[in-house]
Design a protein around this ligand. Structure first.
Ligand code: ZN
Ligand code: ZN
Ligand code: FE
Length: 738
């Protein structure tokens, strides 16, 4: 007989870990105890050495669906206690909290079966869940994760639920959000006049009826409220756009199942797996044929599958697809409270399908592409947050504040980094407020008290202002990190890279160390330091920010700089000459904007990056030609003037020209990276920055780089856009010795 104590760290609470262990321990013929601690789970076992060793060997490979074992610490040889059987002990409460919290998880197969089984006591109950599924992060007010500290605190369990909760053999053993029609939350429906329909089924049917009539219904989800309407009639979606003031941005669509998704999009095996995964993100899928312009003006449609029991019931077996877009007015945070919905969405929604389980934390749907069989996050939010990223080197308590337009922060502690959920544009006051609240929420949940802060170099970012203010108030050091360096280190951290890399970092804008705007960069270095090896010929932005909307201004400047004929614009001319309100940018996004306008694809952008998105959508996939270009000077600048000249005189059609434009960028990047590699001896290359949301480039550039002897890495856990930048800031901060 021997005694073995095992500490297990990771997501091991609220996921059915203890009952699972109960079965494992018994099947190995062992005895002992288990309890939750604030850093995970503690097992104490006794039995024959061989049996204990076998148990320990299997442990990492055996866990319930939602559990994630991060670390196992065995301790042999404690005094024998003479355990009989296996007992679950009350939780151990310690001073320091180290528990991880599970993200929200889509409805599991078992619950789905019960939901649709007329004999089950939760038949058609929209809040069915179990230890393997349901809301988590979005209902938690505080830790430890126990019912009173969640939105379910105000729903005392009925005797039936209580029995399941305490039955270790039951799938709902210690499932905190567990409930049933007798004791749990309920739906209600309000029409535009405020007439209320109570009762789950009646409310549901009212909403379904309204949707079938082509009306817009606000539907409360896991991390916020959606606006839903049917997809087939462009007049319906047009009305939604008008009311929501969302002129041209694509809508996400919820499809009843994979079969429905395949009616409008191509779905390969990997994409199907991601769509059906427990995260249930919105996956950007290629349209089957051009069209569906009322849903998305580019080549992709964002599709997700139902992830809550309410969604399953809402779609029933007749609604194949619904537009499901975050309920908000342009650029404000997603609406998530009932009262707020009635107040803010009154001019938008014709009806409201709400319920009395409160959402504690906003969490938008995640959004991704599928690249190389893996998720390529554009927005890392529901289903991910607040799951951490494990880093090799331990870190202190650190905070990185991110950028601004696509805000996101990161907190770290020990070997964990916690990226925030999607936050949005900080220029909006409510978003800024939510940003500050979420930082405070994360700090409380994970017991983090920052000892140093990182932020962007840009003095006007509101995240920078927050960081400075906090650093002064709390007397903690502040490190400002160059934007593109942070992108590069973010991609390194995403891939667990420590040694120096070549970073191809392309985005719209970011402040450089020389006070100009950067964004088409080839950097060489690591988290400690970097060199700006290459860039692109600066583009004058006539009228500053206005040029990112009126793309004709950029087109004019590109043509003029390339020595081509341009319309007479004395005002532009004088701004160009004086430099007044005419900053210069080496942003790749701006080159895309200018090209989109020159090619007649888009001249007035209604959202950031629209020119690039539409240029990509217009491109002929099979075009292999490219335009001439030059690389000159130090940093090695991409001189795009030969390309612009060739493009303008190219007799080919727009689709060919758009493709050739991007092929030129790909060829240029390969050239730059190869030269950087030859000079530095470095062979690892990372791709980051918002421009790498361009799938045309992301699906072609890596192969070319590989053919030049480089090893290529891209993102798979955080976004390549500014939302992912905080992870890189944190990496730089920790390298400074904090
Ligand atoms: Zn379940
Ligand atoms: Zn109940
Ligand atoms: Fe950026």
């Amino acid at each position: 007989m021997e005694h073995l104590k095992i500490e297990i760290h990771g997501i091991v609470q609220g996921v059915g870990f203890r009952p699972f262990m109960h079965r494992q321990v018994r099947s190995h013929g062992l005895c002992g105890t288990i309890r939750n601690s604030s850093s995970g789970v503690e097992l104490e076992l006794e039995g024959e050495r061989a049996a204990l060793e076998r148990f320990l060997d299997e442990l990492p490979h055996r866990a319930p669906r939602l559990a994630l074992i991060e670390r196992i610490e065995p301790l042999w040889g404690g005094p024998l206690q003479g355990y009989e059987g296996f007992r679950i002990l009350p939780s151990l409460v310690e001073k320091e909290r180290n528990t991880l919290i599970s993200p929200d998880v889509c409805i599991c197969e078992d619950c789905r079966r019960e939901l649709l089984d007329p004999k089950d006591r939760r038949y058609r109950y929209p809040f069915i869940n179990c230890t393997n599924c349901g809301p988590r992060f979005t209902i938690i007010r505080d830790v430890p994760y126990d019912r009173p500290l969640t939105s379910m605190g105000c729903f005392p369990m009925c005797p039936d639920c209580e029995r399941e909760y305490h039955d270790i053999e039951n799938r709902r053993y210690h499932a905190q959000p567990d409930c049933c029609p007798v004791c749990g939350p309920h739906l209600f429906f309000l029409d535009a006049e405020g007439r209320r329909t109570d009762g789950d089924e009646a409310a549901l049917q009212s909403a379904r009826e309204m949707l079938r009539e082509g009306k817009i219904v606000a539907v409360k989800g896991l991390g916020g409220i959606h606006l839903a309407c049917t997809c087939d009639d462009p007049a319906v979606t047009r009305r939604l756009r008008q009311r929501k003031q969302r002129d041209e941005k694509p809508f996400a669509v919820m499809c009843r199942d994979l079969g429905c998704a395949r009616k409008i999009c191509e779905v390969d095996e990997d994409e199907a797996r991601i769509l059906e995964s427990s995260r249930r993100p919105i996956v950007l899928l290629k349209k089957r044929a051009p069209g569906l312009l009322h849903l998305s003006e580019n080549g992709y449609v964002g599709v997700m599958l139902p992830y809550t029991p309410l969604h399953v019931l809402l779609m029933g077996d007749d609604l194949d697809m619904l537009v499901m877009t975050s309920a908000n007015l342009s650029d404000t945070p997603i609406v998530y409270k009932n009262e707020e919905a009635l107040e803010k969405l009154s001019g938008i929604a014709d009806g409201f399908l709400l319920h009395d389980r409160e959402i504690q934390t906003r969490c938008d749907d995640s959004l991704c592409f599928c690249v190389d069989g893996k998720e390529y996050p554009v927005r890392r939010s529901r289903g991910w947050a607040p799951y951490p990223i494990r880093v090799e080197q331990g870190r202190g308590h650190l905070l990185a504040c991110g950028a601004e337009q696509k805000a996101g922060f990161c907190l770290s502690k020990g070997s964990f980094v916690f990226p925030s959920q999607h936050i949005g544009d900080l220029k909006n006051y409510e978003t800024l407020e939510n940003y500050e609240q979420q930082i405070a929420h994360f700090e409380r949940l994970f017991d983090i008290r920052p000892e140093a802060i990182a932020c962007d170099l840009h003095p006007d970012y509101l995240s920078t202002a927050y960081a400075k203010e906090r650093s002064e108030r709390e007397g903690i050091p502040l490190v400002q990190v160059q934007h593109h360096h942070a992108h590069m280190v973010s991609c390194m951290a995403d891939n667990g890279l420590q040694d120096a890399v070549i970073g191809l970092i392309w985005d719209g804008t970011g402040l450089g160390t020389d006070g100009t705007i950067w964004g088409g960069e080839c950097l060489v270095g690591d988290a400690k330091s970097y060199e700006r090896f290459g860039s692109l010929r600066p583009i004058p932005l006539i009228g500053g920010d206005l040029a990112t909307k009126e793309l004709d201004r950029i087109a004019w400047a590109l043509l003029r700089d390339a020595g081509l004929e341009t319309a007479e614009r004395p005002l532009y001319e004088s701004m160009l000459k004086s430099g007044l309100n005419c900053p210069r940018s080496s942003g790749m996004g701006r080159l895309f904007d200018g090209a989109a306008a020159i090619l007649g694809i888009k001249s007035l952008a209604s959202y950031e990056g629209q020119g690039a998105v539409l240029l990509e959508a217009a491109a002929a996939e099979d075009e292999t030609g490219a335009y001439p270009f030059e690389l000159t000077g130090a940093p090695l600048r991409f001189d795009w003037r030969p390309m612009i000249r060739a493009m303008v005189f190219d007799p080919a059609d727009t689709a060919r020209k758009a493709a050739k434009f991007m092929n030129t960028l790909i060829a240029m990047a390969a050239e730059q990276a190869e030269l950087a590699s030859r000079q530095s001896g470095i062979t690892d290359a990372v791709l980051s920055g918002g421009s790498f949301q361009n799938m045309y480039i992301l699906r072609r550039l890596p192969d070319l780089l590989r053919s030049r002897g480089l090893k290529v890495y891209h993102h798979s856990r955080v976004s390549c856009n500014d939302e992912g930048i905080a992870l890189g800031q944190l990496g730089v901060l920790s390298k400074k010795g904090y």
